[in-house]
Design a protein around this ligand. Structure first.
Ligand code: 2M8
Length: 690
């Protein structure tokens, strides 16, 4: 299992950054505990080391302020002196609410932790053992949200403001420029300070000095006001409603409702919070014209019309209405961000690529971030944009596999930037890889169906229609069924079962039994017929045998379930055999198996068969079933290639085929130049694509 190697690498990144009590984002650049980093890191741990996940979260919440605020940084007393700003600068001891047992900063971060805790529970193998943790952490999570709704909700409408760019997690995002530019650094007094980050990482990839001056100016306001929220609200020039922060808050509110149900607590509060914030974001931050959500400048009382990845986060928070989601999708899947099939573009960059000040390598001003893409992936899945979600899933995994576990990645080349061995990149990679691995490893309980089942004999009658008419009906009904009941690879078997089209289809195929319909005018026509028949036999079998989880449930699925045509019986294996005579390597990628790993179900029109086979092959090569890793001199491919060794006799056959359809130039060059490429097989996910 090749993904396993990368999982091991990711785990060793986390081991390196684990302090014994929590995990630092990176040993050199960020040697303390960070708020939302720990939220993402715990999700990764919960896949294989629940004890660490629990410790991670408990340590962070141990430093929660008395007013409920969860600090952005919990400082590691043993690592002081390596980062700026540290406790001597923050002076949170001036606040009556700061914890006595920990040194912390005086701001917060996006509250991902409710969401994290629910994920931990979902990933737990022994769920009962996690209940005491849920009971312990639930009131602390409520207290955090209470702080936000009491102290950061000035209009009492659920729109929560942040008071520092660091609170957004997207520090130097262009979204904050308009507010920060109003702080005239020549007119205000900025305390002396010395940055450390730009000595560790190439300054080109980090915020500018002028940004830091403004960041520090804001911190100075906080400490002068002894972290009193009311006073800060009066004086702070940076008050912003961030769609990312509010979306994450919604996702966590929603999770808190579920956690409350698990531990038998009252869920009224988080439910109300969710509804209030979701409605307010939906109604106030969306631009229908620009097809994206914007941040809101609370001081100028206007939207900040800067298009960043934060503007898509209402998909993650379950905030966007269906109409809004469709518009968001249009924007997300455009040349501004990354369109499906677009060349040299990896995942979703953090800022609109078309803007003049877009940078593919500078921090939050354009590069790709794994946590943001991971949340977008969850959001796309939630709103059923399956194809885009799958594409993102694979790029989120591919980037660290190819370039290493970096902090962020170049939006055009994929090269890694910032610090290497970055914790959330490793943790979220683990989360996705486990998903993939576990699905592929699943065992299915099988049942036997005896010798053979012929699906299309219901009474012996000789149809009156001629062969062409029967075939026309077959094509017409097949097209209808596929178009109406399947989307992006997933098939609604229950709706097919109840549909009139399916009744008519059954009636039509029953006429095959004693008619010679196997006369074709052309090779193309014959090819299209067998491909469509194969796919429909799969669907028909799944429905008739009432398969709920996987075709693996039925022993002999591919050999013993058949259609009779003019007195002769054909199983799926037989049809595959017949199709070989065309010697067309694209055919295996047109045949479905009713599984998550098989190509999506499509209708193959007789007339366009060549073009459609081309699309089927191309889409498969660009799907998560083929992962090209130039940096590791390796390709990970679907078992489908192995099972079709009739078409793919050796490594070269496979590489030539992949080369033809692969999208980006780096991969093409690699496949062209290298004759020593290692091929490894991915696990096949047999789960029903229903
Ligand atoms: C970055 O932010 C810190 C300040 O919080 C910094 O630049 O020093 C951001 O990428 C932030 O989102 C992240 O949580 C933090 C630690 O990884 O680094």
């Amino acid at each position: 299992m090749p993904i396993q190697d990368y999982i091991e690498k990711a785990k060793s990144v986390l081991d390196k950054n684990w302090t014994g009590e929590y995990t630092v984002p990176s040993v050199h650049l960020y040697p303390h505990q960070w708020n939302w980093d720990s939220g993402f890191i715990a999700i990764g741990y919960s896949r294989y080391n629940m004890e660490r996940a629990v410790k991670e979260i408990l340590h962070l919440f141990d430093a929660q302020w008395e007013n409920g605020m969860l600090p952005q940084i919990v400082f590691n007393k043993k690592a002081l002196g390596k980062y700026f700003p540290e406790p001597d600068f923050w002076r949170t001891d001036l606040s009556p609410y700061a914890p006595k047992n920990h040194l912390t900063s005086g701001i917060t971060m996006p509250p991902i932790h409710g969401y994290t805790v629910l994920k931990m529970f979902e990933n737990a193998r022994e769920k009962d053992r996690l209940i005491p943790f849920l009971k312990l952490i639930y009131p602390k999570l409520i207290k955090l949200h209470e702080y936000l709704y009491l102290e950061r909700n000035p209009d009492d409408n659920g729109l929560i403001y942040i008071r520092h760019p660091w609170e957004s997690g997207m520090d130097n995002s262009p979204m904050w420029d308009p507010i920060l530019e109003r702080i005239d650094i020549t007119k205000v007094k900025i305390p002396e300070f010395q940055r450390k980050d730009d000595k560790i990482i190439d300054p080109e990839q980090r915020p500018k000095d002028i940004d830091y001056k403004r960041y520090i100016y804001l911190v100075d306001i906080f400490r002068k006001n002894r972290y009193d929220e009311k006073k800060i609200f009066q004086e702070c020039p940076f008050l912003a409603v961030d769609p990312l922060f509010n979306s994450i808050l919604c996702a966590s509110n929603e999770a808190l409702v579920q956690i409350a149900e698990i531990i038998d607590e009252d869920y009224k509060k988080p439910e109300e919070w969710f509804l209030m914030t979701a409605r307010a974001v939906r109604d106030n931050l969306f631009s229908s014209e620009k097809k994206i959500f914007f941040a809101y400048d609370y001081i100028e009382k206007k939207l900040i019309e800067v298009e960043t990845a934060a503007g898509f986060m209402p998909l993650f928070g379950g905030i966007a209405s269906t109409q809004q989601a469709l518009k968001l999708y249009e924007k997300l899947n455009s040349l501004s961000f990354c369109r499906l099939g677009e060349k040299n573009c990896f995942a979703i960059p953090n800022y609109d690529k078309k803007k003049k000040d877009f940078s593919s390598f500078n921090y939050w001003r354009g590069p790709i971030w794994i946590n943001i893409n991971w949340m977008l992936y969850q959001g796309l899945l939630r709103y059923k944009f399956k194809q885009k979600a799958e594409h993102l899933e694979i790029t989120v995994m591919e980037l660290p596999m190819r370039f290493g576990f970096y902090e962020y990645f170049d939006s055009f080349t994929g090269k890694g930037y910032g610090t290497k061995d970055f914790s959330w990149t490793a943790a979220l990679f683990i989360d996705l890889a486990y998903d993939m691995y576990e699905k592929g490893r699943k065992e299915w309980e099988t049942r036997s169906i005896g010798k053979s089942i012929i699906l299309n004999i219901n009474g012996e009658h000789i149809p009156v229609e001629d062969e062409e008419e029967i075939k026309r009906d077959f094509y017409c009904l097949t097209e209808k069924i596929i178009k109406n009941f399947s989307k992006n690879g997933s098939v609604d078997y229950d709706r097919i079962r109840l549909s009139p089209e399916y009744k008519l289809y059954q009636n039509t195929v029953s006429k095959f039994a004693n008619k010679d319909i196997l006369k074709f005018k052309s090779e193309d026509e014959e090819k299209a017929f067998w491909i469509n028949l194969y796919n429909m036999l799969v669907i028909d079998s799944i429905i008739r045998l009432n398969i709920r989880n996987s075709v693996k449930e039925v022993d002999g699925f591919f050999s013993n379930i058949k259609y009779r045509i003019n007195g002769k019986d054909y199983s799926l294996d037989d049809i595959r055999e017949i199709l070989r005579k065309f010697n067309d390597k694209r055919v295996p990628f047109a045949l479905v198996k009713g599984t998550n790993s098989s190509p999506p179900l499509r209708f193959f029109k007789r007339k366009n068969i060549n073009r459609l086979l081309e699309i089927a092959a191309r889409d498969f090569i660009r799907s998560p079933e083929v992962i090209v890793l130039p940096e590791d001199n390796r390709i990970l491919i679907s078992e489908l290639f192995r099972w079709n060794d009739y078409y793919f006799k050796n490594k070269d056959d496979i590489i030539q085929f992949i080369k033809k359809y692969v999208k980006d130039d780096i991969k093409k060059d690699f496949l062209n130049k290298n004759d020593d490429i290692e091929l490894r097989y991915l696990l096949y996910d047999w789960t029903l694509n229903g």
